[in-house]
Design a protein around this ligand. Structure first.
Ligand code: DGL
Length: 279
């Protein structure tokens, strides 16, 4: 682990106040599916969002690369006064959640594919898990399946390129549909009646995936569960916003700011300003 200065272990101005913002990050725009759930569950919180679009995809990158990116982003968000961090990326969680928890005293909420609820929901006891290579080859994922996948045929499906379609704002075009068809076909052939959207980009493809797999197949993601967990963590730490005003969002990206701003505005459903993430 790289050497950390004491200022990284604690908020710059001592203990964070309940009215400090929450920091959320992903490799790109996918974490907006989690941000959306957080906004619904916690309407009064100020939210900071970092899209690491200049380094996407995380899914096929080495673990130490994702760790360095996650550390840099977490350091930035803590520097912005974040009272809690949300790793809105399954791949970054698998690679870096333990490292971030060992590095920062700030409460950290992380993602994992919704294997547990999917195992409970599947009548056929056949579940397909759509996620990145990094997530599906991780120790975290193996542990998750060992704990919650008992008695269920859990089919892991890596989806190279799929998150990048969302990143490009292509939610329903022919190239995206072709990838969805290719990745879901083996799962349907094996009898899966439940699919886990195990990458935070994929909920934006849920209408297309539902169209391709049909109404009898259930789609499950973890966004709402993470928002509920965040609510619980903040409540226990006495860090829920005290102000009853509507919370605000602020966005940064390490990618091309104009391009990312257009995609975020579309996915968020309102025009937003995206700033360049400092190096
Ligand atoms: N959104 C990320 C996740 O939840 C993956 C996208 C990527 O490959 O960077 O796993």
């Amino acid at each position: 682990m790289p050497a950390m200065s004491a200022s990284l272990l604690h908020p710059p101005n001592g203990r964070c106040s309940a009215d400090a913002p929450i920091g959320v990050f992903d490799s790109g725009v996918g974490g907006l599916s989690v941000l959306r759930a957080i906004r619904t569950t916690l309407p009064h919180e100020d939210l900071l969002y970092v899209a690491d679009s200049g380094h996407i995809p995380y899914g096929e990158k080495p673990v130490d690369y994702i760790q360095q990116r996650s550390l840099a982003i977490a350091r930035f968000l803590v520097g912005q006064g974040a009272k809690a961090l949300v790793i809105a990326c399954n791949t970054a969680t698998a690679a870096a959640a333990a490292l971030l928890r060992a590095t920062f005293s700030t409460p950290i909420v992380a993602m994992e594919p919704a294997v547990k609820p999917a195992a409970g929901a599947s009548k056929a006891a056949v579940v397909g898990v759509l996620a990145t290579t990094g997530t599906l080859t991780s120790r975290n994922y193996a542990d998750l399946v060992a704990r919650f996948g008992q008695g269920v045929h859990m089919l892991a499906q890596e989806c190279p390129g799929l998150a990048m379609q969302v990143e490009a704002g292509d939610l329903s075009g022919p190239a995206t549909r072709a990838l969805v068809e290719r990745y879901t076909a083996p799962l349907l052939a094996a009898g899966a009646d439940t699919l886990v959207l195990g990458c935070t980009h994929y909920p934006f493809l849920a209408p297309l995936i539902a169209e391709v797999v049909g109404p009898q197949v259930r789609l499950i993601d973890s966004g709402d569960a993470v928002a509920r967990r965040l609510h619980g963590v903040l409540a226990v730490a006495d860090l829920l916003a005290t102000d009853s005003k509507a919370g605000q969002e602020r966005f940064w990206s390490s990618g091309d700011v104009g391009t990312v701003q257009a995609v975020i505005s579309r996915l968020w459903g309102a025009p937003v300003i995206v700033r360049s993430l400092p190096d």
